[in-house]
Design a protein around this ligand. Structure first.
Ligand SMILES: CC(C)(COP(=O)(O)OP(=O)(O)OC[C@H]1O[C@@H](n2cnc3c(N)ncnc32)[C@H](O)[C@@H]1OP(=O)(O)O)[C@@H](O)C(=O)NCCC(=O)NCCS
Length: 323
């Protein structure tokens, strides 16, 4: 028998306020047509003033717990993937732990920007396979609206706020790719590219800073590296694009999503796309897409899912799992 980390539940939360592209036409030299055609984004949710990342994370966590039919004390660990935690410390994860009323186990944050959920999922899988935790709640939650330069049209139109959560539970499989659960993971980073996507502030500058990006450069790395990491993750377990039921990509730009799918040899009707409604929600984008994809009836039990992301660092990776 082989230990597997199997999806037990999924859920998400989006703030009430929806900002359509047309709202940017008032304050910036931009247009709905430009944003739509260059990114595929039509609208995004923006957190209310005072609404924090941990607030959204808790709501997504409660939705995932309800979906799994579990109580907070059934969990052993919480990992929050975020670059926009409420405070420098404590972690958003311990804030979620306290709010859920969970008094045992452990909680910590993972910071790998838009690849954060892939890193968190991979680490949660490792905790389960090594026997250090039996049930792990993994959350991606971000308030990127708080690190936007709202005068910079090349970045502020691309991002949104939200949170998604997924629970992994320990199960036994027979060690084949027919097993449900995480089948393989592939993580990468290359700090030489740290200057093409970063925030120009932080503790050392005693400012929060704003997101800065060389969009064209990021785009160039994204398609190539996402297709490579997804292919590697599949190859690790002897699978190819032909075996995949759903690609659930990081939702940054429809042209990156389509370019990566094409490189993997997969038609767009096997890709879960939410970028039009959410924009880029960084570490929240994949759990949001998994939750929405399940709600839409796209992702079903037993489906082979490949999920991949890239972000600041650069950091990127992929996870292959059977839902
Ligand atoms: C940012 C991005 C949408 C720009 O698309 P693009 O096709 O590369 O855009 P182009 O370089 O052809 O056009 C840039 C021009 O549009 C202008 N522009 C930028 N933002 C604009 C906006 N919101 N509205 C109108 N014009 C805009 C620029 O000023 C530039 O003008 P110039 O040529 O006169 O200097 C694209 O590069 C991208 O998505 N990159 C990846 C970003 C990303 O996903 N990052 C997160 C990864 S986690």
């Amino acid at each position: 028998m082989t230990v597997r980390a199997v999806v037990a539940g999924v859920g998400h939360y989006l703030p009430d306020r929806i900002v359509p592209n047309s709202e940017f036409e008032v304050s910036l030299d931009t247009s709905d047509e430009w944003i739509r055609s260059r990114s595929g984004i039509e609208r995004r949710h923006i957190a209310a003033p005072g609404q924090t990342t941990s607030d959204m994370a808790i709501r997504a966590a409660r939705a995932a717990l309800a979906d799994a039919g579990l109580e907070p004390d059934d969990l052993d660990a919480i990992i929050v993937a975020t670059s926009t935690a409420d405070f420098t410390f404590p972690s958003a994860a311990t804030m979620v732990q306290a709010e859920l009323g969970m008094t045992k186990g452990f909680a910590f944050d993972v910071q790998a920007v838009c690849a954060g959920f892939i890193y968190a999922l991979s680490n949660a899988n490792a905790l389960i396979l090594s026997g250090q935790a039996r049930r792990v709640l993994i959350i991606g939650a971000e308030t990127f609206s708080k690190i936007m330069d709202w005068t910079d049209r090349s970045t502020c139109v691309l991002f949104g706020d939200g949170a998604g959560a997924l629970i992994l539970d320990t199960a036994e499989g027979d060690g084949t790719t027919s097993d449900r659960g995480v089948l393989s993971t592939d993580l990468n980073s290359d700090g030489r590219y740290r200057d093409i996507l970063y925030v120009d502030g932080g503790v050392s500058t005693q400012t929060t800073g704003f997101l800065r990006m060389e969009g064209k450069e990021v785009f160039r790395h994204a398609v190539e590296k996402l297709a490579a990491t997804a292919t590697t993750a599949l190859e690790k377990v002897g699978l190819t694009g032909a075996d995949v039921d759903w690609v659930v990509p990081h939702q940054a730009n429809i042209r990156i999503i389509a370019g990566t799918a094409k490189k993997l040899g997969l038609p767009m009707d096997r890709v879960v796309v939410t970028v039009q409604d959410h924009g880029n929600t960084s570490a929240a984008s994949i759990p949001l897409a998994l939750s929405v994809g399940k709600e839409r009836g796209q992702i079903k039990r037993g489906d082979l899912v490949v999920t991949e992301a890239i972000g600041g660092g650069l950091a990127w990776g992929a996870v292959v799992l059977r839902w």
